[in-house]
Design a protein around this ligand. Structure first.
Ligand SMILES: Nc1ncnc2c1ncn2[C@@H]1O[C@H](COP(=O)(O)OP(=O)(O)OP(=O)(O)O)[C@@H](O)[C@H]1O
Ligand SMILES: [Mg+2]
Length: 285
């Protein structure tokens, strides 16, 4: 079960996110990026965030802590933006929170090196969950304290939008040509050898158990939320065994000019180089 907290203050919207997530403070003194049940994308996005985020964490990938956040819409009454007001009003009850990483920076493939092993693990994992939202246009990766962190797993497991065709849909290949880490020679074979055996029925049962019942209840075609939890686990279990054979790179990875100003490139350098630079007088902490 995810930790549950209560929102105490709505701080600000994150306008770069399509679903208009917001930064909120909670009664455990934490600060979270909150994804709202009332957002247009619907609660399936939140289910995907929990299942894929918690699966990634159990596979040793870095994902900021996930919590559920109780929201009393009155905390948004003084919010001047009407769009935000409407979102808060539509989202009373349980929402999703991701630990806010202060000072983190959006991943830039031209300013940050990723080794082939790590790139392989991320691409393999994205193939497993069929993540269509980790492209070089919108990497949904953060760099924080010199490490790569995975965020935003809302656009994954496309099969959960049409359960009758889920099995066929889950058998399809994963096209990684536009993946944010495609240019780093991802070592897919080693990632599959290390991670696929970890994706067991038991592990998946633990992961799907983290989804709050109220985000699963009432799904057409399922009498119980437990049946729906099993339906989420099945395609992932099936894909884990062989998805590495169906990862397609059909064109050379595209690149684009780095968006990072010079001073930022320094902060985006990965840990080994940073370790050196923190010994310098001018090193960035
Ligand atoms: N845990 C976090 N710590 C710091 N910043 C974050 C965190 N999570 C998200 N952000 C920032 O908020 C932005 C939007 O978050 P996210 O991508 O999860 O939202 P979204 O609405 O699903 O976006 P998208 O437009 O990609 O669908 C991110 O690009 C990042 O800049
Ligand atoms: Mg995003």
């Amino acid at each position: 079960m995810l930790t549950e907290v209560n929102a105490t203050r709505y701080v600000t919207p994150l306008r770069e996110g399509g679903s208009l997530p917001g930064i909120v403070e909670a009664d455990n003194l934490g600060t979270y990026v909150m994804k709202f049940t009332g957002a247009g994308q619907g609660r399936k996005t939140l289910v995907a965030e929990v299942i894929c985020g918690e699966l990634a964490r159990r596979l040793g990938l870095r994902v900021p802590e996930l919590v559920t956040i109780q929201l009393d819409p009155v905390i948004g009454l003084s919010e001047p933006d009407e769009e935000v007001q409407d979102l808060l009003k539509a989202s009373g009850g349980l929402n999703l929170g991701m630990d806010y990483l202060p000072g983190s920076i959006g991943f830039d493939p031209l300013a940050y090196e990723v080794d082939a092993a790590e790139a392989g693990r991320v691409v393999w994992f994205d193939a497993l969950i069929n993540n269509v939202d980790r492209s070089w246009r919108n990497p949904n990766l953060l760099v924080w304290h010199g490490d790569l962190w995975l965020i935003d797993h809302g656009a994954t497991m496309i099969w959960h939008h049409n359960w009758p065709t889920a099995q066929a849909s889950a058998a399809k290949p994963y096209n990684a040509s536009d993946h944010a880490l495609a240019a780093f020679a991802p070592d897919i074979a080693s990632a599959a050898a290390a991670l696929a055996p970890l994706v067991t029925e038991e592990l998946l049962a633990a992961v799907v158990a983290d989804v709050p019942d109220e985000w699963l209840a009432g799904e057409p075609g399922f009498d119980t939320t437990d049946a729906l939890r099993r339906a989420y686990a099945e395609p992932l279990l099936a894909r884990a065994a062989s998805i590495h054979e169906r990862i397609v790179f059909d064109a050379p990875a595209r690149t684009r000019p780095s968006q990072a100003p010079g001073w930022l490139a320094d902060r985006l350098t990965p840990r080994p180089d940073r370790a050196k630079s923190t010994n310098d007088k001018d090193g960035v902490k």
